[in-house]
Write a new protein. Sequence first.
Length: 152
Amino acid sequence: MTESIPPTSVRQLRLVVEAEDYDAAVAFYRDVLGLSEQAAYEGEGDAKVMILNAGLATLEISNPAQVRMIDRVEAEGKPSARIRIAFEVDDSPSVTADLVEAGAELIAEPRETPWRSVNSRLDAPAGLQLTIFQELDSLETRESSPDFGTNA
């Protein structure tokens, strides 16, 4: 199933992260989390960059009350970082365990949320805080829910 993406002037969302331990960050995000390598470049002075494909990108903007509610549901009220990266996966508990084994610090175990996803929270390499989530309902089911909507 291919999701419909509305037309926009923006072609790509790219999150640029400076990693002190570049090799460890690449191993974690590419080799353990499974983001595929799109491109890699090296330059003078040991400059390195790798662009990893993370699939569909969205920008989730939440007000403070929403962030506090998510923190209560997802992480027993432990506050999230101002910027938190969320990755949708097919098996949240398994991926969470793999990431912890690869060096991430578990903040909150996978748990089912009221919005029918299984979410965990981790502190990960390169100073990123992650939410790993697995949707339990299809996009069609979510779109037919009375709680699903847009302000458009």
